[in-house]
Design a protein around this ligand. Sequence first.
Ligand code: PLP
Ligand code: ZN
Length: 416
Amino acid sequence: MVDLTLDTDHVPDVAEDGVWLSCIECNETYAPFDDVIYECDACGGLLEARYADYATFDDFAGEGVWRYADALPVSGSVSIDEGNTPLYEVPGIAEEVGVADLRVKHEGMNPTGSFKDRGMTVGVRVAERLGVGRLVCASTGNTSAALAAYGARANMETLVLLPAGKVAAGKLAQAGLHGATILEVDGNFDDCLDIVSELAEMGEAYLLNSLNPFRLEGQKTIGLEMLEQSTAATGEWPDRIVLPVGNAGNTAALHKAFRELVAAGAMDEDEVPMLTGVQAEGAAPMVEAIENDYDEVRGWDDVETRATAIRIGKPVNAPKALPAIRQTGGTAVAVSDDEITDAQRALAEDGIGVEPASAASVAGLRKLRENGVIEDDERVVCLTTGHLLKDPDAAAAAGGEPTPVPNDVEGVLDVL
Ligand SMILES: *Cc1c(COP(=O)(O)O)cnc(C)c1O
Ligand SMILES: [Zn+2]
């Protein structure tokens, strides 16, 4: 397994402003803002941003993603006030599952309704710095909504490739209104990603999927913000973070946030929360790899789930996310679509509206409490990644039906 300890002693010549890219497999280093590069030229491995200095809590000031500017690769921003999302208490679910403390970090409260905004505010700024004019992504929906909004804000052309018929209505509407060119592919997400990766290699557009190491830098701020909010609310950090897994970008990004705090001396290795991934049963290659102790994730060709945001068979960030889960002592678990919908209802009963993929985190928590993997003395944060209104059809199907009444008070009183 790759060694993800951050070296704080050596700054390579290729560094610019104390930032460089490093291959997680072979440690080859690259200049961050000279050429457009997504994967290691030497071995094809995933890249990661590295810094001459790692920021600590004292360095953070302001609000939202750019509060953490000292931990980010660029300054200046294409910002729509992303980040600063609530860390909610959930009394109903907390009582039901019985852990020492339970919070929900609701990333659906970002400007376009998902955590993707945190990655885009950084990624689009890097695109500006690189001088590229056209942005592209493959998407199950939320990446395209965020890219369209941030691309519009930066006056850049945006191109999105989506699996035809598999994108929730709210997400498609956002991409369209923010002016992206939307291409519907007769295939699944993984097929779309193959095509945009090739377009990016040909230099046709700058790729802002989570393969892009700069996007994950923005998503790192979920972890930093969560720690600061936990300290403010309870005086303690969570023992465990439970999150939905699609391409596993967030799993990798949260781990990166904590590794950097360890490198900066702001967190002990044994204080890093256990990263616990949840997938839908119909799209669970990460869970399979964890359960079977595989060295690598074996991609699934056919995937299906109501949680369309995690309907992904070949998680591109698996080489970062598998060590993230293993090295933090976390685990991964699969849940059924019905368990996801039940969890979506449970969150709604606590007043929190999420899309199906987000509810997977709570469904996973329930399952891991039932089988005793998560213990009753743990402090847990569930990450809910997208807003209820993203997928109005799923919400309507999970919720109650309207009752028709006559146009008078008596008729209304009759049904009360
Ligand atoms: C993108 C997305 C995910 C998957 O996140 P990864 O970082 O790819 O694992 C989960 N939920 C929602 C709502 C998303 O938009
Ligand atoms: Zn390499």
